[in-house]
Design a binder for this molecule. Sequence first.
Ligand SMILES: Cc1cc2nc3c(=O)[nH]c(=O)nc-3n(C[C@H](O)[C@H](O)[C@H](O)COP(=O)(O)OP(=O)(O)OC[C@H]3O[C@@H](n4cnc5c(N)ncnc54)[C@H](O)[C@@H]3O)c2cc1C
Length: 460
Amino acid sequence: MVIGGSMAGMAASRALASHFERVTLIERDRLPEKPELRKGLPQEQQAHGILAKAVEILEGYFPGLWQQMVTAGSNVLDMSDVALYRGGVWQARATPGLTLYIQTRTLLDSVIRSRVRELPNLQILDECEVVKPVVTSNRVAVWGVEVRRRKQEATEILEADLVVDASGRGSRMPRWLEELGLPRVEETHVRIDVGYASRKVRKLPGVTTNWKTLSIFPTAPHETRLGALAPVEGDAWLVTLAGALGDHAPGDEADFLEFARRLPQPHVYEMLRRCEPVSPVAAHKFPSNMRRHYERMTGIPEGLVVLGDAVCSLNPIYGQGMTLSVLAASLLDECLSEQPSRAMVGLGRRFQAKLSSMHDMSWTMGAGSDLVYPSVEGPRPLWWKAMQGASGHLQSLAAYDPIVTTAFAKVMHMTGSPLVLAHPSMLLRMVRGPQGQGPGAAPVMEFPETSASNAVASVG
Ligand SMILES: Cc1cc2nc3c(=O)[nH]c(=O)nc-3n(C[C@H](O)[C@H](O)[C@H](O)COP(=O)(O)OP(=O)(O)OC[C@H]3O[C@@H](n4cnc5c(N)ncnc54)[C@H](O)[C@@H]3O)c2cc1C
C-alpha cells in the first residue's frame, strides 16, 4: 500500500510491484489521464529539473520511458547546451555526453503515471485519502490503512503487508505515530525562506542563442536571486525566478519582470522582454531544508516505511528532490530483495537507516551550501569551511576549464562520485589555475536576439 501518487509514490509503487502480488497506490487527488495541474502538487508549475541518475533508474523501471517522454514533448539536450552562471562566473561549456530531458513537471508525472497504470499487479485508488495507518492491538505492526473516499463520510480499512508513506513534506506520519504513544520524530531544519515564481512564455520564431537552457545562480552571501529558462513542451520557455532569505520572487505580473531585471545577469530579463506570456505567474514558497530522523526512532511499528519529501525535503534550487525519491524507491527495492522472508520484520529499521545515510551527502551539498549565508542557522564545522573553500575555487576554475565543469555536472547529476573532485588530477588543475588563459577565454553567453538583422549582444 503506497500513500501518495507523486514521484516518490510512483517510483515506490514500481519497486514494490516486483516483490508483491498486489500493490495499491492511494492518492487524495483525482489523477488525470492527460497532463493536467492538480491540487496536491502545487509546486508543479515551477521548473523541475530531473537529474541524470533518476533518468537512468526510471528507464530501468520503465523501458522506453524517455523515448515516450520525447514523443510527448520533452526536449533532449546535452550538458554542453547548458549555460550556467554560478559562483559569479559563466562556467565553461561541459564536454558533450550527459543527456538531459527537459519538460514541465506536469508532463513528467503524466507520462510516468501512464506507465505505472500499465503495471498488471497495480491498482490506483485516487480521490481517496489515507486517514491513518491501522496497527495490531499491541501496536508492534501496521496491517493496513484507514481511508476515506471522496464525498463519503464513512471510512474503510484496507489491509496490507507493507505500508509506504510517500505523502510528501506535509506527511501526517509524525502525528499518527505520536497518537500511537511514540515520541515525536526528531526534525532538523535549515531555514532558507525561498520564494519561487514561474510563468510560461511563447518562444518567438527566429530567436537565436548559443545555449538551449540557462540558469543564473546567486553568489552567496551577497546575492539571493536565481533565474532560469527551460525549453518545455508546446514551444514555450518556462521562466523561473526565485529568491532566498525572504527576497521572494513575486507572483504579481509587473513585479515579476522587475525582479528578473535585477538578477545578477540580464539574459532572463532580455528573454522575457522579447517573448509573449502564455500562462499567469504562479508562486510557491519553501521555508526550510528539512529532515525527519525516523532512523533515530525506536518502536516504529513493523511493516511501515517512509520515503521521499516526507523524510527529506531540500532547497529546490539544487534540484535533488525527485532524484532522491527515485533513489529511495530503488533502495527499498534492494532492501526487499535482501529481506529473508515475506514477513516485514526489521525491514523498516534497515531501510530508514540506509535512507538516512543516502541523504547525508545531498544534505551536505544542499542545506550545507545554504549555510554560506551568515543569517542561516546551522553548524559550520571546520570540514564544512574547507569544503566550501574548495568548492568556490573549483567553481572559479570551471569558468575556464570544461573538464572541471563536466566533473561538476556529473557530481551534481549523481552519476559521478564527489571524490572525483578531490582526485589528484583535479587538485593539479586547481593549483595550476586557468593555465595562463585570460578572461578572454571565458565563455560568451549570447543574449536572445529576435532577428538576424539585430546585432548580437554578448557578455563574457
Ligand atoms: C518550488 C519547488 C521546486 C522544485 N524543483 C525541483 C527540481 O527542479 N527538481 C527536483 O528533483 N525536485 C524539485 N522539487 C522537489 C519535488 O517537487 C519533490 O521532491 C517531489 O515531488 C517528490 O516528492 P514526494 O513524491 O515525496 O511528495 P509530493 O510531491 O509532495 O507528493 C505527495 C503526494 O501525496 C498525496 N497525499 C498527501 N497526503 C495524502 C493522504 N493522506 N492520502 C492520500 N494521498 C496523500 C498528495 O496529494 C501528493 O500527490 C521542487 C519542489 C518545490 C517546492
